[in-house]
Write a protein that binds this ligand. Structure first.
Ligand code: AMP
Ligand code: ZN
Length: 476
């Protein structure tokens, strides 16, 4: 399998450190608002990676965090904590806000057919997500190591990681410290004791601007709360163990969050955090990155309110390579939904094979699709293989002797692309009778009866078209 490793800036052959299992970590949501269509692309990209690894014979251990504390409005330690801001906006407690948006996120994942992480089991909350607030001790332990190893220093406001102490800092982005911009200032909380502008906080004290921060814990240095970047390093260390095989995220994390995660682990434990770093490109709207702050974002609810199937959105993502920008528009989504309906019609052919149907080598299609996916997740290339089947079968049906290999292909597609093609149901007995009666009516040139039966089937969600192979139905 080949993957583009941001760390090396090239496509590499992927080899996990254990032969048959892969450890995978994904930065999860900050639960102060709904996930948007841009964020959901990240989720589907991670999921496609995981599904491809599993289809390639690897076991996966996938961990994802939930950020429920410490993520400030700006990545460079300024502004308010996003959770606190969400709580103020909604007049609720931070805990209620976190629970609400965590549940909403989990529901979105189910609707999008995104597999739940499997590398950590949260007994308290009954799911598989690692909440930052459940790893406070682990984060404090890490700060202790950072201080002991000489990488962190304390001011009155915070404990900072001194980026100048780690020569490899910034290797992921390839930016020298002198070239790295300091983030745009939002509601500035300046700390005059901070040594370098790029130093980042690993612990904020509950003083000054954060004196009333709701979520605060004791630490050996005083009450406060962890900096956002710390949770990922601490969670990886205590769940998967570092170095892990693959770390993923959107490209916006290449500049600050991921370098900071890497730095913490290297400084605390003396080895790298992850061997492969894989990043997805952005979803755009009219050429601009989709983001909450720009007010150009849509949620999954917006998508379903417009009568789109969440899996049409999933297909929209799969039609583009994860490392290319993708423009979101309702027209693009409609085109993806039409393509999904074509795939449904293709899948429904499994129930309609004929002894003189078209022979197709579905086994080799499975191999071709897997090859495309193993080539840095070439999902457009994988989908092109389905278009070949579609064109070959246009107006025809599959051969009965090929049916079981077609069904295996559908199961393989569900395992890798997650589009729910193999579970589509056959017509029921009554509908089968109606289809036979309609065919008979057509044979007898009784068009009125045949049209009536077609309309009746249509009302039951079965659409019928007439082709050279006779009538073919598909479930709408
Ligand atoms: P956040 O909650 O902002 O950390 O975002 C969650 C994930 O979505 C991160 O991996 C981001 O990099 C990713 N992301 C944010 N905005 C976009 C976008 N417009 N397109 C694609 N991915 C995005
Ligand atoms: Zn992270």
């Amino acid at each position: 399998m080949k993957l583009y490793n941001t760390l090396k800036r090239k496509v590499e052959i992927f080899k996990p450190s254990n032969d048959d299992s892969v450890s995978l970590y994904t930065c999860g949501p900050t639960v102060y608002d709904y996930y948007h269509v841009g964020n959901l692309r990240n989720a589907v990209f991670n999921d496609t990676l995981r599904r491809t690894l599993e289809a390639s014979g690897y076991d996966t251990q996938h961990v994802m965090n939930i950020t429920d504390v410490g993520h400030l409005v700006s990545d460079s330690d300024e502004g308010d904590d996003k959770l606190e801001k969400g709580a103020t906006r909604e007049g609720k407690t931070v805990w209620v806000v976190a629970k609400h948006y965590t549940d909403a996120f989990k529901n979105d994942m189910v609707k999008m057919n995104v597999l739940s992480p499997n590398g950590y089991n949260d007994m308290k909350n009954g799911d598989n997500y690692a909440r930052a607030t459940d790893f406070i001790d682990e984060q404090i332990n890490m700060i202790e190591r950072l201080i002991k190893n000489g990488f962190a220093y304390q001011t009155k406001q915070a404990i900072y990681f001194d980026v100048t102490k780690l020569p490899s800092y910034g290797v992921l982005s390839g930016q020298k410290l002198s070239d790295k911009e300091t983030g745009a200032r939002v509601d500035v909380v300046t700390d005059i004791q901070k040594r370098n502008s790029h130093d980042f906080a690993v612990w904020f004290f509950a003083v000054g601007h954060f004196a009333k921060h709701t979520m605060q814990w004791d630490s050996p240095w005083g009450r406060g709360f962890p900096g956002w970047h710390l949770e990922c390093s601490a969670i990886i260390h205590s769940t998967l163990g570092d170095p892990i095989d693959i770390h993923t995220g959107g490209i916006d994390h290449i500049g600050t969050h991921h370098p900071n995660e890497m730095a913490q682990t290297e400084a605390a434990f003396g080895h790298q955090l992850a061997r492969y770093w894989i990043h997805n490109e952005f979803i755009l709207v009219d050429g601009t990155k989709m983001s909450k702050s720009k007010g150009n974002s849509y949620t999954l609810k917006d998508v379903t309110d417009h009568d789109f199937d969440p899996l049409s959105l999933r297909l929209l993502y799969l039609q583009a390579h994860y490392r290319t920008e993708l423009n979101f528009s309702w027209d693009n989504l409609e085109a993806a939904q039409n393509r999904l309906h074509n795939l449904h019609a293709l899948a429904d052919l499994r129930w309609q094979s004929q002894s003189n149907g078209v022979h197709f080598n579905f086994e080799s299609t499975v191999n071709h699709i897997l090859e495309r996916l193993q080539n840095d997740l070439d999902t457009p290339g994988a989908l092109a293989q389905l278009s070949i089947i579609d064109t070959t079968l246009a107006g025809r049906v599959i051969r009965t002797s090929d049916r079981s290999s077609f069904e295996k292909l559908l199961q393989f597609l569900d395992a890798t692309l997650g589009l729910d093609l193999s579970t589509r149901a056959d017509t029921n007995e009554e509908q089968k009778k109606q289809l036979l009666a309609r065919q008979k009516a057509r044979d007898e040139n009784d068009w009125t009866k045949s049209d009536e039966l077609r309309d009746d089937l249509q009302k039951q969600g079965i659409s019928v078209r007439d082709t050279e192979a006779g009538q073919i139905w598909s479930r709408i």
